[in-house]
Design a protein around this ligand. Structure first.
Ligand code: ZN
Length: 96
């Protein structure tokens, strides 16, 4: 009985597409000041709304939720609310 144990290592060709040339949004590439998570447009806008419009420190939803002692769900509801009332920080056109 011959055991031809093949060590089969499948090559995972992960093409790391780095989205570099994104200079349109000044907030592109921003990360959470507290935990380093990369931020979505919503999170940046919400930070501005909750903290200070001129802030340059942004936080992710979970860090914002922790800081303001609310749930992430509450924050998502806020985002939806601000969008509905047409807050320019949450302008739908700035989505990709
Ligand atoms: Zn965070």
């Amino acid at each position: 009985m011959r055991d031809t144990s093949l060590i089969y290592a499948p090559k995972k060709a992960k093409t790391a597409t780095s989205d570099s040339d994104k200079t349109e949004s000044p907030a592109a590439g921003s990360v959470c000041t507290r935990c380093g998570t990369s931020l979505s447009h919503d999170e940046i806008a919400l930070t501005k709304k909750l903290v200070n419009r001129g802030t340059t420190r942004y936080y992710c939803l979970s860090c914002l939720a922790a800081a303001f002692e609310v749930s992430e769900q509450d924050l998502q509801n806020k985002i939806r609310f601000f969008k509905r009332i047409g807050c320019t920080l949450f302008h739908p056109d700035s989505y990709e």
